[in-house]
Design a protein around this ligand. Structure first.
Ligand code: AMP
Length: 404
């Protein structure tokens, strides 16, 4: 198998390897540009273990699946390189970095950008450190292949000032960069662009709900984000699977200082023992387990679900008011694509603002591009599977093309 060069003679490198780096996982998609054809995809999980599961698909066909010894990231990357028949046709490696101090947009991931990411390590503890290490490794192993990242904040670069500013001393914003940003930018951009294509017009007010392992809602007018449920970090906004979501900062001071828990303990709890996991008291933040527990009478699981759906509805309500209504609500990512039950709860009783879910269409839709509102609904409700990797590949390709 030689995806790198075996399919057809390619004169110039024209493939983008979109790399998704987690703390112990490496997932990828290989996309040919400008055709946007997905050539291959796969990944390795539990890197560091002797029995790390790996998977490789060529096109849509499963090609390799199993477990193996992947002591470190370098082994994982070199496995991917070999499986794809080499990296000779790579024009770039595309990344989806979350955030950095004073850096956004699409960037060559050089040391200055990586240093700006490091400056935000405390704010993005789950995301930035593994990402920085992964990009450094690519830069070292393949110095001739550009690493190009589209920051998750990029979609929000034009959000109006009043939707960025916190009510804090002005100097904290200008001097320290304390403000609201916004993440999941590639996902919200993809599904709102796709929604506009499906509806055949661009002048749309869209409420985009990305509900998955981490969750957020974006308000998008005429293809531009005007607000987001996120604050400064991905530990804000909606309750996340195991991260906190919106929380009163004075409760943090009280816990850490007055009750003596200390900042490190409080930070860890808010970052990994909170959200759906924390509220439900279950060992998992997977909403499927919480739905099941609630169904068996677990009261804390029931309340956790209500806090989650209530928070989603709160942002939908806020954005409806801010946009003077909406033309579409889009559901995407693991929870929203796959759970008709949660979509129904979120859309319950919204007839007053013209949103009517078609219960049958909703019940029958899982992870497929489908309109699930009634024909008389004033607000179209869509399920649109996200494709963040395509946005990353497009931006990386455009960045290289700019430089040619
Ligand atoms: P993502 O971050 O988009 O990969 O989504 C991961 C999340 O999707 C996990 O927390 C899963 O619980 C959730 N998920 C996957 N399938 C379902 C389902 N059928 N019902 C509810 N949640 C689901």
């Amino acid at each position: 198998m030689n995806v790198g060069g075996g399919f057809e003679p390619i004169m110039k490198p024209s493939q983008i390897l979109v790399a998704n780096i987690g703390s112990t996982s490496f997932k990828f998609r290989l996309i040919e540009m400008p055709s946007e054809r997905q050539l291959a995809s796969g990944g390795i999980e539990r890197i560091g273990s002797n029995e790390a599961p790996f998977e490789l698909r060529i096109g849509d066909e499963p090609k390799q699946k199993g477990t193996g010894s992947f002591p470190d990231y370098a082994t994982a990357i070199s496995f991917v390189e070999k499986s794809l028949g080499g990296f000779d046709n790579l024009a770039a490696v595309g990344f989806k970095p979350v955030g950095a101090r004073n850096v956004s947009g699409t960037q060559f991931m050089d040391e200055s950008v990586l240093k700006a990411m490091e400056a935000f390590n405390t704010l993005l503890p789950a995301h930035n450190p593994p990402y920085i290490a992964g990009v450094r490794l690519f830069n070292k192993l393949y110095p001739d292949i550009p690493c190009i990242g589209t920051f998750e904040t990029a979609f929000y670069d034009d959000v109006p000032m009043e939707n960025r500013r916190y009510p804090i001393p002005l100097e904290w914003e200008s001097k320290y960069g304390i403000r609201r940003y916004g993440f999941h930018g590639a996902s919200h951009r993809f599904v709102t662009q796709r929604c506009a294509e499906l509806m055949g017009r661009k002048d749309l007010r869209i409420i985009s709900c990305h509900l998955g392992g981490s969750s957020s809602i974006a308000a998008v007018v005429n293809s531009k984000a005007i607000n987001s449920s996120w604050g400064m970090t991905p530990q804000s906004g909606l309750p996340q699977n195991n991260r906190v979501g919106d929380f009163d900062c004075f409760a943090l001071i009280y816990l850490a200082r007055d009750l003596g828990l200390g900042l490190d303990v409080v930070e860890k709890a808010l970052c990994s023992q909170s959200g759906l996991k924390g509220m439900s008291g279950l060992p998992t933040g997977d909403i499927r387990d919480i739905v099941a527990a609630a169904g068996s009478g677990n009261e804390d699981a029931r309340i956790a679900l209500n806090v989650f759906t209530g928070s989603v509805r709160k942002f939908i309500g806020q954005f409806l008011v801010e946009m003077n209504g909406a033309d579409a609500v889009v559901f995407t990512a693991g929870i929203a694509e796959n759970s008709p039950e949660l979509r129904a709860r979120i859309c319950d009783n919204l007839g007053f603002c013209g949103l009517e879910l078609d219960q049958e269409l909703n019940a029958g839709t899982r992870a497929s591009e489908t309109i699930i509102s009634t024909s008389s609904s004033k607000i179209a409700v869509w399920v649109i599977p996200t494709n963040e990797e395509l946005i990353i590949a497009r931006n990386a390709w455009a960045k290289i093309s700019e430089g040619k």
